[in-house]
Design a protein around this ligand. Structure first.
Ligand code: HMG
Ligand code: MG
Length: 303
């Protein structure tokens, strides 16, 4: 089996996870979480989102988060931006990488960003041009690639169309996202193989929510396609406010357990990662969604 020897894990818990929490999480706790995740060896920690605070109030403290984190050398701290207003605010806050986020279906695009796919892409073209000119990196996420809560089945070609546009705008990495976790490995393969005909697999990333318990096996299917970058969320935090019922991303601890078992290098330390997960679960007052973190805690308690 020709699996990658090294995988880049993009931790999205502080953004994708905390954006979906009903309780307000203190800015200081977000900063502490981000610092702990970077210290655990994660090479990329998605820090926050410069979106409308009316749409996602949980991310309203974006500039304070960016001002408060300790920037560990070599670690990326990308932030989501939906438009030029978000980009300007992100640059003012010192971001050096932004993420534009489109969708494979019209209905999801409208619910998430109040515009059509084409209108969203036009905004991203402006964001990409200005961000790249200012020396920032731009990543492109595509939601609902394996199924949409409003339109059901999604054809791989719908993913490819958006991916090619993001590629042409200069996104260095394009993330195929299963927003509501409905995908299964055959669909993963179809989407990634179709996208890889136009964009090298090394520049594609996977983002799998675990709603139906398929995220790890979907990730494995993407690994088999040569994909070596994956988003995940410490303690399985997360969801999407515009995809009702969607649960969190696959837990970073579970992903790390699988990759460690496969002998794939990530540079992430399990003990520090679990401690970061325990920290945020303490703040939220609920147990972890990571099975590996639970099992390892039980093992240590028994030892
Ligand atoms: P809109 O209401 O159409 O925007 O929202 P607008 O341009 O008409 O502006 C409305 C108000 O928002 C104005 O303020 C703007 O200034 C303000 P007012 O005059 O009413 O006081 N505004 C902003 N404020 C701060 N930052 C901004 C910004 N832009 C406008 N950037 C908009 C359109 C795109 C802004 C809105 O729909 C939005 O913010 N959407 C973001 C939704 C979101 O964050 N969703 C979750 C993240 S995506 C996700 O989780 C999926 C992912 O994980 C992958 C996956 O799993 O699929 C990435
Ligand atoms: Mg997501």
């Amino acid at each position: 089996m020709n699996l990658p020897k090294k995988v880049k894990l993009v931790e999205v818990g502080p953004r994708d996870g905390l954006q979906n929490e009903a309780v307000a999480v203190a800015t200081a706790a977000k900063i502490e979480l981000i610092n702990r995740l970077a210290d655990a060896g994660l090479p990329v920690v998605e820090a926050t989102a410069f979106v409308s605070p009316k749409w996602v109030p949980q991310m309203a403290d974006n500039a304070l988060v960016m001002a408060g984190i300790r920037r560990k050398p070599g670690v990326g701290y990308p932030v989501l931006v939906p438009n030029k207003k978000g980009l300007d605010a992100a640059i003012a806050a010192g971001a050096d990488e932004v993420v534009v986020f489109g969708a494979a279906t019209e209905s999801f695009s409208r619910r998430n960003t109040n515009c059509s796919i084409a209108e969203g892409l036009a905004r991203f073209a402006e964001v990409c041009k200005e961000a790249l000119a200012a020396g920032l990196k731009v990543r492109g996420d595509i939601s609902v690639c394996l199924g949409c809560p409003y339109e059901g089945e999604v054809e791989p070609q719908a993913v490819v169309r958006v991916a090619r546009e993001l590629d042409a705008m200069g996104c260095y990495e394009i993330t195929i996202c299963d927003t509501i976790g409905v995908g299964t490995p055959g669909k993963v393969r179809a989407a990634f193989e179709a996208a890889a005909k136009h964009i090298p697999a090394e520049r594609l990333a996977g983002h799998f929510h675990d709603t139906y318990g398929q995220a790890l096996v979907n990730m494995y299917a993407a690994l088999e396609c040569g994909v070596a970058t994956f988003d995940s969320s410490v303690a399985g935090l997360g969801g999407c406010p515009y995809a009702k019922g969607a649960t969190g991303n696959v837990a970073t601890e579970d992903v790390l357990y699988m990759l460690d078992g496969l002998g794939i290098d990530t540079g992430v330390d399990m003990a520090q990662l679990i401690a970061a997960g325990e920290y945020i679960c303490g703040v939220l007052g609920r147990p972890t969604h990571s099975k590996a973190a639970r099992a390892i805690a039980v093992k240590f308690a028994a030892a």
